[in-house]
Design a binder for this molecule. Structure first.
Ligand code: XLS
Ligand code: CA
Ligand code: CA
Length: 440
C-alpha cells in the first residue's frame, strides 16, 4: 500500500499566528460555534474526481500533475486512489468524500464489466471506511463523459441511451447505499440543448422527470433514505442546461411534484456562471425549503468559465456561511470541495495546501458569520426595514384581508408617501468589514 502523500504531514490546528503552511490557522475542528463543532458545521468533503483524478489537463495542454500513484493498470490505479484518498483524508482531518462512479472505477468494455469494476472498488472503499470511520457525503454517476451521452442522458432523444443512463444510475445508487451515503446528486452537464432547431424541449424535460421518479422508486426499494439533489448550472459543457439556476431547477421540481425528495446542491462557480452570487443561489434554495448541500469553490471574475478554484474569497465564504446558518445548517449535505489546484500548482503537496486554504477560508467564513449574527446590527437593521409590515395595515395585507379597492382607498386618503427610510447599504457594508477584520 505505501504512503502516497509523502511530503504531507498530519495537518492540525495551530492558530492564526502559525507560519507552518501545513497547519490550520482557523479551522479548529472541535471548537464549538453556534452549538456544534466546526467539524459538524462545515462537514468538509473531498471530491474524488479533482483530488485523486484531475491532473492539470486543460483545453490547450496536457497533464502537469502526476496522479498515477505509482501504477499503470486502470484497476490498480483505482485501488491506489482509494488508499491515497483515505490517507489524504486522514492527514487533513476531512471526514467525508464524494464520487462519480467513473472516478472510483474505470469503465469496462461492456456495461457488465463497468458494473463489476465499480462493485470491486466499492468493496475496497467500504473496507477503508470501516478502518477509518470516513463517510460518504454523496454519490453520483458520470452521465456526461462517454460519447454515448453526446445528446444527453435522461434527456437524450435516443431511448437506448436513456436506458443505459438508468442502468448506470442504478449501479451508482447501489454504491451510494453500500457506502452509507445519505445523498445522491444529479448534475446534468449534457441535459440541455445546443440548438432548439433539433430539440423537443417539452419531451426532454418530461423524460428527465420520469427518470428522477424512477430513481426515487429504486431508492425506496434499496433503502436509500437520503436526499436527491439537483446541482444547477447554466451552461458548460452544453450551451443551455435545463437546471440553469436554483429558481429554474425549483420550477422543474415543483412542476413534476418532486420537491418532497429533491433539494439543491449549490455550487459557487455555477452561481456566478448563471449571473448570480453564491449567496443568492443559497438564499433561493433556503427560502424554498430546498437547501441541501454545497459544492465549495470559486470562479475567476476575469475568466468566463467553470474554473473550480479552491475558495479563498472571505466575502463569499462568509456570506455563504450566513445563508447556511440561516437555513439551519447541514443535515444530509456538507461542503464538498469541487475544486482543483491550479495547473501550475502541480505537486501533491499543493493538493493538500489547496484544501487547507479552502478549509481555513470556510472556517473563517463561519466564525465571521457567527460574529455578524451575535453583533446583531445587520439583522436588526433588516428587521427594522420591514417594520411597517407589523403595522395594522401590514398585518391586514398578510392576513389576506385587503384588496386593490381597499388599498386604493387607503392610498388616496394617505396622499404622497413620506415614510421611506434609507437602505444604508454602505453603512452595512462597512459594519460587515469592521466585523470581518476584528478578529475571530
Ligand atoms: C461540473 C459539476 C460536477 C458535479 C458532479 O461542473 O460541478 O462536477 O458536481 O457531477
Ligand atoms: Ca459541482
Ligand atoms: Ca464546477
Amino acid at each position: 500500500m505505501g504512503e502516497y502523500f509523502k511530503n504531507v504531514p498530519v495537518v492540525k490546528y495551530e492558530g492564526p499566528k502559525s507560519t507552518n503552511p501545513f497547519s490550520y490557522k482557523f479551522y479548529d475542528k472541535d471548537r464549538i460555534v453556534r452549538g456544534k463543532t466546526m467539524g459538524e458545521q462545515l462537514k468538509f468533503a473531498m471530491a474524488w474526481w479533482h483530488t485523486l483524478c484531475a491532473n492539470g489537463v486543460d483545453m490547450f495542454g496536457s497533464a502537469t500533475q502526476d496522479k498515477s500513484f505509482g501504477t499503470s493498470d486502470a484497476m490498480d490505479l483505482a485501488k491506489a486512489k482509494v488508499y491515497a484518498g483515505f490517507e489524504f483524508m486522514e492527514k487533513l482531518g476531512i471526514d467525508y468524500f464524494c464520487f462519480h462512479d467513473r472516478d472510483l472505477a474505470p469503465e469496462g468494455r461492456t456495461l457488465e464489466e463497468s458494473n463489476e469494476n465499480l462493485a470491486k472498488i466499492v468493496d475496497v472503499v467500504a473496507e477503508q471506511q470501516k478502518l477509518s470511520g470516513k463517510k460518504l457525503l454523496w454519490g453520483t454517476a458520470n452521465l456526461f463523459g462517454n460519447p454515448r451521452y453526446m445528446h444527453g442522458a435522461s434527456t437524450s432523444p435516443n431511448v437506448d441511451v436513456y436506458a443505459y443512463a438508468a442502468a448506470q444510475v442504478k449501479a451508482a445508487m447501489d454504491a451510494t447505499v453500500k457506502l452509507g451515503g445519505h445523498a445522491y446528486v444529479f448534475w446534468g452537464g449534457r441535459e440541455g440543448y445546443e440548438t432548439l432547431l433539433n430539440t423537443d424541449m417539452g419531451l426532454e424535460l418530461d423524460n428527465m422527470a420520469r427518470f428522477f421518479k424512477m430513481a426515487i422508486a429504486y431508492g425506496n426499494k434499496i433503502g436509500f433514505d437520503g436526499d436527491f439533489y439537483i446541482e444547477p448550472k447554466p451552461k458548460e459543457p452544453t450551451k443551455n442546461q435545463y437546471d440553469f439556476d436554483a429558481a429554474t431547477a425549483l420550477n422543474f421540481l415543483r412542476k413534476y411534484d418532486l420537491l418532497d425528495r429533491f433539494k439543491l446542491n449549490i455550487e459557487a462557480n455555477h452561481a456566478t456562471l448563471a449571473g448570480h452570487t453564491f449567496q443568492h443561489e443559497l438564499a433561493v434554495a433556503r427560502i424554498n425549503g430546498a437547501f441541501g448541500s454545497v459544492d465549495a469553490n470559486q470562479g475567476d471574475e476575469l475568466l468566463g468559465w467553470d474554473t473550480d478554484q479552491f475558495p479563498t474569497q472571505l466575502y463569499s465564504t462568509t456570506l455563504a456561511m450566513l445563508e447556511i446558518l440561516k437555513a439551519g445548517g447541514f443535515t444530509n449535505g456538507g461542503l464538498n470541495f469541487d475544486s482543483k489546484q491550479r495547473r501550475g500548482s502541480f505537486t501533491l503537496e499543493d493538493t493538500a495546501l489547496a484544501h487547507i486554504a479552502g478549509m481555513d477560508s470556510f472556517a473563517l467564513g463561519l466564525l465571521i458569520a457567527d460574529k455578524i449574527i451575535e453583533d446583531g446590527r445587520i439583522g436588526d437593521f433588516v428587521d427594522k426595514r420591514y417594520a411597517s409590515w407589523n403595522s395594522d395595515l401590514g398585518k391586514s395585507i398578510i392576513a389576506g384581508n385587503e384588496s386593490f379597492e381597499s388599498l386604493s382607498a387607503i392610498a388616496l386618503k394617505n396622499g404622497e408617501v413620506t415614510t421611506n427610510i434609507s437602505g444604508r447599504q454602505e453603512l452595512l457594508e462597512n459594519i460587515f468589514n469592521q466585523i470581518l477584520v476584528s478578529g475571530v
